[in-house]
Ligand binder design. Structure first.
Ligand SMILES: Cc1cc2nc3c(=O)[nH]c(=O)nc-3n(C[C@H](O)[C@H](O)[C@H](O)COP(=O)(O)OP(=O)(O)OC[C@H]3O[C@@H](n4cnc5c(N)ncnc54)[C@H](O)[C@@H]3O)c2cc1C
Length: 460
């Protein structure tokens, strides 16, 4: 043992050879500049006897949450709740339209299911009229894809005559960060919207929960882009709830090393299907998973599916390795976010139906255009009414929870449609805040002009 080569010896040898940084913590790049960070605040221990923060109490077997005054964390014109594809596009569009804009996001990054859920394939970017292919995802969404195309290993299948690109999750998060910063959006991450702040029937902000506890963010208009309609549900808006397959996407590494012979050993109808679809990263593929149809709002269901899916993914990869004899293939990452496809759907002033999209109507209040999953059917106009709650004021919805018939869910929840409805909601919210009117009273021609000025495609 006297001659054993210890970790300390290894560190010494490596640092002498100039590899110190490779085995120790990476230095914070200069760009951070400590001065830019808010100063750490002294926090007083909570006094439960004051009105400011009385904790919940157990009384007669019931848990009572007493009334209390909440500190206002931030006040703004437009507040976007949720930073997925829709929320990101909404925030950038609203800020670019001149509104003071803030976004609250429960996780530490933007992109929602697209990035955190590792759903990398952006479907419905295009549609077709006759023999002409039309790009329907333009504006904020397309700018993001364009910027990705200028980075290494960030996107594939993007460009002229290409439909439905696949992006890298980390690159997408990075470009979303840059675009929201450049637009001047106030970003509040690690922050859940847990309740609506109401003034009669008008939403005036949201209650957020973070490590700081409960605070309020006030706004002239709120865009609910939580995917699950958390804010409009809390505000009492009419809505439906749907079950859908809940999956868990994952990435496999070293896929190029799986040989034809090894695949043949797996057998079955289509063993290559097990290896998923290509990503911008060399030799990495993403595997989509359907999973059981279940309630995506129920915490016990979500917990159970998370555990079950992870176990089944791990075992599936192990089985693949065993059966094929391939030692190189490995499970690179399981999505940090469970794949909840659909939960709450808003009852809007217009409920867009599948029939209306297959024989598309020229809605006078068109604010976005839907594409085709395979790029091969005509574009379908999306009217403003799908974003506007039937009765509630001060709020618009965007993304996978907008007002639609059940058959349309498969088209409307695609990333392309979420980018465009998000863009429309953000622009409309900015106009409502500027003009001091209810979102339902926004002048549609002015909204359409703003959207076109921001590069959106409306087909008119
Ligand atoms: C398994 C799976 C596979 C899919 N495959 C494809 C595909 O191949 N191609 C395609 O185009 N689409 C696909 N989809 C659909 C698509 O990914 C999503 O519908 C789309 O990304 C939804 O975008 P969104 O912004 O509306 O919602 P989300 O992506 O769900 O974003 C909502 C955001 O809000 C945040 N949030 C939620 N609640 C709160 C709260 N209370 N407070 C603060 N923040 C909150 C979330 O963290 C998230 O960032 C798939 C979906 C799943 C689940």
């Amino acid at each position: 043992m006297a001659n054993a080569f210890t970790r300390r010896d290894l560190m010494r040898v490596l640092s002498a050879a100039g590899f110190g940084a490779a085995v120790s913590t990476t230095r914070v790049p200069e760009a951070f500049g400590d001065a830019a960070l808010p100063k750490a605040r002294e926090r007083q221990p909570i006094d439960p006897t004051t009105l400011a923060h009385p904790p919940a109490r157990l009384s007669g077997g019931k848990v009572i949450q007493p009334e209390r005054t909440l500190p206002v964390l931030h006040e703004t014109d437009v507040l976007v709740a949720g930073g997925g594809a829709a929320g990101f596009a909404a925030a950038v569009a609203a800020a670019r339209a001149g509104a003071r804009t803030a976004i609250v996001e429960r996780y530490g990054y933007f992109g929602g299911l697209w990035t955190g859920g590792l759903v990398l394939l952006v479907i419905s970017t295009h549609a077709r009229t006759g023999d002409k292919r039309i790009q329907v995802v333009r504006g904020v969404g397309d700018e993001l894809l364009q910027r990705l195309s200028r980075l290494d290993h960030a996107v594939i299948n993007y460009g002229p005559d290409r439909i439905n690109p696949t992006s890298d999750a980390e690159a997408t998060k990075y470009v979303m960060d840059e675009m929201t910063r450049e637009a001047g959006v106030t970003v509040l991450l690690h922050c859940w919207a847990v309740d609506a702040v109401m003034d009669d029937r008008q939403v005036r902000g949201v209650v957020v929960e973070s490590k700081e506890g409960r605070q309020a963010v006030l706004a002239k208009v709120v865009v609910d882009a939580t995917g699950d309609g958390d804010v409009f549900a809390a505000a009492g808006a009419e809505h439906a709830q749907r079950l859908h397959a809940i999956g868990l996407v994952h990435l496999l590494g070293n896929v190029d090393r799986v040989s034809k012979e090894e695949l043949e050993k797996i057998g079955g109808k289509n063993p290559r299907r097990l290896l998923g679809a290509p990503t911008p990263r060399p030799s990495v593929r993403w595997v989509n998973l359907r999973g059981p149809s279940a309630d995506g709002l129920d915490v016990e269901t979500l917990s159970r599916l998370e555990l079950d899916h992870r176990r089944s993914i791990w075992r599936r990869v192990e089985q693949f390795r065993e059966k094929s004899g391939d030692d190189d293939l490995f499970l690179m990452q399981v999505a940090p976010q469970l794949g909840v496809r659909t939960t709450r759907i808003l009852a809007g002033t217009h409920c867009l139906t599948y029939a209306e999209t297959r024989e598309p109507k020229p809605f006078p209040d068109v604010v976005a255009v839907g594409g085709a999953q395979n790029g091969n059917h005509p574009p379908w106009p999306i009217p403003y009414g799908v974003l506007v709650p039937k009765q509630l004021d001060g709020l618009l919805a965007a993304g996978r929870c907008v007002s639609m018939g059940d058959r349309l869910i498969e088209d409307m929840r695609l990333i392309g449609s979420c980018l465009t409805t998000g863009h429309a909601a953000g622009a409309a919210a900015a106009l409502a805040a500027r003009d001091g009117c209810r979102p339902r009273d926004v002048e549609v021609p002015a909204l359409q002009k703003l959207l076109k000025d921001q590069g959106a495609y409306l087909g008119i």
